[in-house]
Design a protein around this ligand. Structure first.
Ligand code: PLP
Length: 367
């Protein structure tokens, strides 16, 4: 039987998301003892001991369904952010909140605007959902062209997604730029600002979007516990917006979309919020050191506000990625993504991991 005939055209046109190779797979395939993964913008620092302890305690209750409303987690986060609990929705990663927004808002014939070179999930999810994506090229400097994005909005646009700082470029748009952009967007178009890397940002003119919510009820912030909080494996993310918007989104989500171990772990992260500053500082130090070293090797490095660097090397990124893989270092080639043949994304690792990555690159260049 030909199953392809059963599915919507958008499904057939969609390539499954291709994640960074898992460490165990590379070890197995290349018979390597030591493999360093710098491919998925994870936090190389493991979870906090208090988080592991909270998961252990919560594990005793996994015969029960999780709290469907994420009651305690919602209360804790909303108090920390200074918003009403009704303004928060949690998801199985912020990825799920993106998915909920698109599914809840968009009918056939309507569209979602985002940047062409941004988090790949926007393109994948909109393709599956009525092929509703409308991708806008970046401006010079690998930054969002917010004016072009605003120009792409028409009477059938339901949602605009701005990834700030942007994955995979690491670049950001300033508070002044984002504020001016919001003024251009009609209030019946939702603006989702994806701030997955929010805690890593060090630029002083980065927008503090939480403070913009009161004036812009069509704005929704997306953040995650997957990055600085080291919970990528547990999948917890959230959206913050007007309670009228958030209450509609709750209708669309699965009843038990955040499991009980994840809720317990995320609460422990919030109880240890003071750890965030040190994590961000260590990332910044390594990011700056890596950028310098990469530039010294002769690679072009895009200035980053995140926990990764977009690098442009001569030749093909796939070749660089393969040569690095042979040395046990996994990076993400971006050549198929239209950012240039030699474009690759390298996540910031622990100091020793970064040193090994630089040493491997130097060896490749010296050949
Ligand atoms: C910009 C951006 N948004 C969202 C996500 C997904 O985060 P989560 O793990 O919370 O689904 C990522 C993950 O890489 C990301 O880069």
């Amino acid at each position: 039987m030909d199953f392809t005939k059963l599915f919507r055209p958008g499904i057939l046109a969609t390539k499954p998301y291709s994640p960074g190779k898992p460490i165990a797979e590379v070890k197995r395939e290349l018979n390597l003892d030591r493999v360093i993964k710098l491919a998925s913008n994870e936090n190389p620092e493991g979870p906090l001991p208090a988080v592991v302890e909270a998961i252990g305690k919560a594990a005793l209750d996994i015969n029960r369904y999780p709290d469907a409303s994420c009651h305690d987690l919602t209360r804790k986060l909303s108090a920390l952010l200074g918003v009403d609990p009704g303004q928060v929705i949690f998801g199985n990663g912020s990825n799920e909140v993106i998915d909920i927004l698109i599914r809840a808002l968009v009918s056939p014939g309507e569209n979602v605007v985002f940047s062409e070179h941004s988090f790949i999930v926007y393109a994948l999810t909109t393709r599956v959902h009525f092929e509703c994506g409308r991708a806008v090229p970046l401006a010079p400097g690998d930054r969002h062209d917010l004016q072009a994005m605003a120009d792409a909005v028409d009477e059938r646009t339901k949602l605009v997604i701005v990834c700030n700082p942007n994955n995979p470029t690491g670049t950001y748009n300033t508070a002044a730029e984002f504020g001016a952009f919001l003024e251009l967007i009609p209030e019946n178009v939702i603006v989702a600002v994806d701030e997955a890397y929010y805690e890593y940002v060090t630029a002083e003119d980065y927008p503090q979007t939480l403070g913009m919510l009161a004036e812009h009820p069509n704005l929704v912030l997306l953040r995650t516990f997957s990055k600085i909080h080291s919970l990528a494996g547990l999948r917890v993310g959230y959206g913050v917006g007007h309670d009228g918007l958030i209450s509609q989104l709750h209708r669309t989500r699965e009843p038990f979309n955040v499991n009980s171990l994840s809720q317990a772990a995320a609460i422990a992260c919030l109880d240890n919020w003071h750890e965030v500053a040190g994590r961000a500082r260590r990332n910044r130090e390594q990011r700056e050191a890596m950028a310098k070293e990469l530039a010294a090797i002769g690679l072009e490095v895009v200035p980053s506000q995140t926990n990764f660097l977009l690098v442009r090397a001569p030749g093909k990124a796939a070749t660089w990625a393969r040569l690095l893989l042979e040395k046990g270092i996994i990076v993400r080639p971006m050549d198929a993504f239209g950012l240039g043949d030699g474009a690759m994304r390298i996540s910031i690792g622990l100091p020793a991991e970064n040193e090994l990555c630089i040493a491997a690159l130097k060896e490749i260049v010296a050949r």
